[in-house]
Write a protein that binds this ligand. Structure first.
Ligand SMILES: [Zn+2]
Length: 261
């Protein structure tokens, strides 16, 4: 997949050069995403890759048919929380997401998160990378502007039960493609709480209070930080995480999730 410069025909020269440079960066990252490293090739020989949605053998973890089905549901959305006069309605500036939490993607996220189907993360992450982040100049610039990526943490207890942190797997794939540092030693979930999905908005806000802690704040000082999670429901988890992240005095905080409920 190569992005062409067709769309910039009518731009003036200076703009054209800037856009060409950005497109080159995007193409370079797509090439890297598509060219597997030797250990990935080795891994593929032992565990042949399957499409994360339908389970059929597929080298890119997502077959064309499932890619097409996901495309029908996907749309890049950005919710901004800073007003023109600088007033901030949440502890983060913007929320970027790709799906509404319904239909095919909802079922996939549920299986990914609760039914021990961790392998699905590659299909969904690669889908948003190839269809949005490394395809759409606006999406690329928006996300490439962040310097570090922080996945929403889960508690030690939950990690032991599940064996993986679903937000971290997505964040890893995004950080690898954008060549950004993933930071997992700053934000911690120090308490195991009742699952947010079983509560209403007000209960969620109460439930999530004071469960996150921050360490190694210097890593995030003056950095543009992107918090990554799988779903955004009422926003209480993202908001609470960002409230704690702000203690490290980052330059900017944004949130990216696969879907918004
Ligand atoms: Zn498929």
């Amino acid at each position: 997949m190569v992005i062409t410069v067709e769309i910039i025909k009518n731009e003036n020269m200076q703009n054209r050069k800037t856009i060409e440079k950005i497109l080159e960066q995007m193409n370079d990252k797509i090439r890297k995403l598509e060219n597997a490293q030797w250990w990935e090739i080795f891994q593929k020989l032992i565990f042949p890759p399957v499409c994360g949605i339908c389970g059929k053998l597929n080298n890119n973890y997502l077959c064309n048919k499932c890619n097409f089905e996901l495309q029908k549901e996907a749309q890049l959305k950005i919710d901004t929380y800073v007003t023109e006069i600088g007033f901030q309605r949440k502890h983060f500036d913007e929320h970027i997401y790709f799906f509404r939490y319904q239909g095919l993607i909802r079922q996939q996220i549920i299986n990914y998160k609760f039914n021990n189907e961790a392998y699905k993360y590659k299909a969904i992450s690669n889908f948003i990378l190839k269809n949005f982040i490394l395809k759409d100049i606006m999406a690329f610039q928006l996300l490439n502007d962040y310097e570090v990526i922080v996945p929403v943490p889960i508690s030690k207890k939950r990690f032991k039960e599940r064996g993986y942190n679903q937000a971290e797997l997505i964040a890893k794939q995004i950080s690898k493609a954008l060549e950004k540092r993933i930071v997992t030693n700053c934000l911690y979930k120090s308490k195991n709480i009742v699952a947010q999905s079983t509560l209403n908005k007000q209960e969620r806000e109460e439930n999530i209070k004071n469960v996150y802690t921050i360490k190694n704040q210097n890593i995030l000082l003056n950095k543009k930080v992107l918090l990554v999670d799988d779903i955004y429901t009422t926003g209480s988890t993202a908001n609470e995480c960002c409230k704690i992240l702000l203690k490290a005095k980052p330059n900017k905080i944004g949130v990216m999730t696969l879907a918004k409920d």
